[in-house]
Design a protein around this ligand. Structure first.
Ligand SMILES: Cc1cc2nc3c(=O)[nH]c(=O)nc-3n(C[C@H](O)[C@H](O)[C@H](O)COP(=O)(O)OP(=O)(O)OC[C@H]3O[C@@H](n4cnc5c(N)ncnc54)[C@H](O)[C@@H]3O)c2cc1C
Length: 399
C-alpha cells in the first residue's frame, strides 16, 4: 500500500491551522505543532475578533481571495454547526476628493461578486443616526461582510483537525539550523523530534527569527494596540444596530460595535514600533488611548464618555509590501514558508488552506506577488509585470 505523504505544519494560527486541515482532507498524514496553542495570546490570530471585508483598493488580489473565503467560512459553519462569521455588514466611510482607494475598490468588489452598495452620507445618516458624519461624503456598504471570532476559531479548526485524524502536538520547534535545508528532523522543546516528508512553517511573527536569512526583517512584528469601550445601555451601539466600520482620514481607523460582551472595539491601523512576540509586555500606549478617545467621541457622540473596559496588544507580521509570503525555502524544496499576514491575513484562512494544498501536494507555483523572489532585484520586465498586477494603493489598509 502506498504510504501517505507525511507533512509537519508548524504554527496553528489561521494560516497553519487551515493549511493542516485542508492537507489532511487531501489525504496526507499531518502533524500540527504549536508552541503555545491555537489562538494563544501571543499569536497574531489570538485576538477576540477579526474583520472580513472585500474593500481592498484597486488592483488588489485580496478582494478575490476574500470572495473565495466567504463560501468556505459558510460551509464550515454548516458542517461544524458553529457560528464563526457575524454578518453585521461593513461600512467604509469616504470623503470626496480623497477617495481613490474606495473608488478603486468598487470595481474590484463587482468583479469578485461581493455584495456591496455605494451609499450617500444622507442614506448613512438615515440608517445609522448614531454616527456623526462630519467630513464623510459617501460610503461603501458590504451587507454580508462582518467579523470573525478569531481566537475561538483557531481552536475550533484544531479540534476539527484532530477529530478528522490529524496529530496535534503542543511544543515549540527549537531547531537552530533550519536555514540550511540539510536537517533530517525537527527538534522540539519537549526533547522529541519530528521527521516528515514536507514541512510548512506558518509561524506568523516568529518566521523571521526561525529563518533569519531567508525571511529576517522581511517580516517585522509591529505593536498594535486595540481598545474596547463599554457601550452605554440603550444607545444602539452594539453589533445588532451598527455595522463594522472603517475610514481613512488623517489616519486609518476601524472598529466593531459592541460585540461578544467585550465592548466597542476600536483601533488605529498605523504601524507601531517593532515588537517581540515572545517576551514583549502587552501594555497599550497612553497617547494612543487619548487619540482613540477623541476620535470615538467625534464619530460616535454617544460613546464620548464611555469607559475603557479592556485593551489588547497584538502584532502585525508586516512585510515591506503588505503581501503575504508563500514560497518554498530556496535551499530546501520540501520546506514551505507561509506568513506575512501584514494585518489582514485572518479572513483568508480557509482560502489559504485550500491554496496551500494545491501548492504543496500538487507541486504548483505560488503567485509572483507571494514569492520570495519579489524581494530580490528583478529584471526590468518582470518587475514591471509584478508592479502592474499588484501595486498596493498608497492608502492600502490592513485588517
Ligand atoms: C490588532 C490586529 C488586528 C487585526 N485585524 C485583522 C482583521 O480585522 N482582519 C484580518 O483578516 N486580519 C487581521 N489581522 C491580521 C491577522 O490576525 C493575522 O495576519 C493572522 O492572524 C496571522 O496568522 P498566522 O497564522 O500567520 O500567525 P499566528 O496567528 O501568529 O500563528 C503562528 C503560530 O505559530 C506558533 N509558533 C511560533 N513559533 C513557533 C515554534 N518555534 N514552534 C511551534 N510553534 C510556533 C505560535 O504559537 C502561533 O500560534 C489583525 C492582526 C492584529 C494584530
Amino acid at each position: 500500500m502506498k504510504s501517505r505523504t507525511h507533512i509537519a505544519v508548524i504554527g496553528a494560527g489561521t494560516f497553519g491551522g487551515w493549511t493542516a486541515l485542508y492537507l489532511l482532507r487531501a489525504g496526507a498524514r499531518i502533524t500540527l505543532i504549536d508552541a503555545w496553542g491555537p489562538g494563544n495570546s501571543r499569536a497574531s490570530s489570538g485576538g477576540e475578533t477579526r474583520v472580513i471585508r472585500g474593500v481592498y483598493g484597486p488592483n488588489s488580489p485580496y478582494t478575490e481571495m476574500t470572495a473565495r473565503a466567504f463560501p468556505l467560512w459558510a460551509k464550515h459553519e454548516r458542517e461544524w454547526k458553529r457560528k464563526m462569521l457575524y454578518r453585521t455588514g461593513v461600512l467604509w466611510m469616504a470623503a470626496s476628493g480623497e477617495d481613490s482607494f474606495e473608488r478603486g475598490s468598487v470595481e474590484m468588489l463587482r468583479a469578485a461578486r461581493i455584495k456591496h452598495q455605494e451609499i450617500s452620507a444622507k442614506q448613512i445618516k438615515q440608517r445609522w443616526p448614531q454616527i456623526n458624519l462630519d467630513g464623510v461624503n459617501w460610503g461603501i456598504y458590504e451587507p454580508e461582510s462582518g467579523y470573525l471570532t478569531a481566537r475561538v476559531i483557531c481552536q475550533i479548526v484544531k479540534d476539527a483537525f484532530v477529530a478528522e485524524g490529524g496529530e496535534y502536538r503542543e511544543s515549540a520547534v527549537v531547531s537552530d539550523d533550519l536555514e540550511f535545508g540539510r536537517w533530517k528532523a525537527l527538534s522540539l522543546a519537549d526533547g522529541s523530534t519530528v521527521a516528515a516528508d514536507k514541512y510548512v512553517f506558518a509561524c506568523g511573527p516568529w518566521l523571521g527569527k526561525l529563518f533569519p536569512q531567508t525571511i529576517g526583517n522581511r517580516i517585522r512584528p509591529t505593536k498594535q494596540d486595540v481598545f474596547f469601550f463599554g457601550v452605554p445601555a440603550g444607545e444602539r451601539l452594539d453589533d445588532s444596530h451598527l455595522p463594522v466600520w472603517a475610514e481613512h482620514r488623517d489616519r486609518f481607523r476601524y472598529g466593531i460595535p459592541g460585540n461578544q460582551g467585550r465592548g466597542f472595539k476600536i483601533a488605529d491601523d498605523t504601524r507601531g514600533p517593532t515588537f517581540d512576540p515572545t517576551n514583549g509586555e502587552r501594555v497599550v500606549n497612553p497617547d494612543g488611548l487619548r487619540g482613540i478617545r477623541q476620535y470615538l467621541g467625534l464619530r460616535f457622540p454617544a460613546m464620548k464618555h464611555a469607559p475603557l473596559v479592556e485593551t489588547r496588544v497584538c502584532q502585525y507580521e508586516q512585510t515591506p509590501d503588505n503581501h503575504f509570503i508563500v514560497d518554498r525555502h530556496p535551499a530546501a524544496e520540501s520546506v514551505w514558508l507561509l506568513g506575512g499576514g501584514s494585518g489582514h491575513g485572518f479572513k483568508h484562512g480557509p482560502a489559504i488552506g485550500e491554496m496551500m494544498t494545491e501548492l504543496v501536494l500538487k507541486n504548483r507555483e505560488p503567485k509572483p506577488y507571494f514569492r520570495l523572489a519579489r524581494f530580490a532585484p528583478l529584471g526590468k520586465t518582470q518587475e514591471a509585470r509584478i508592479a502592474a498586477a499588484t501595486k498596493p494603493h498608497p492608502r492600502l489598509a490592513s485588517w
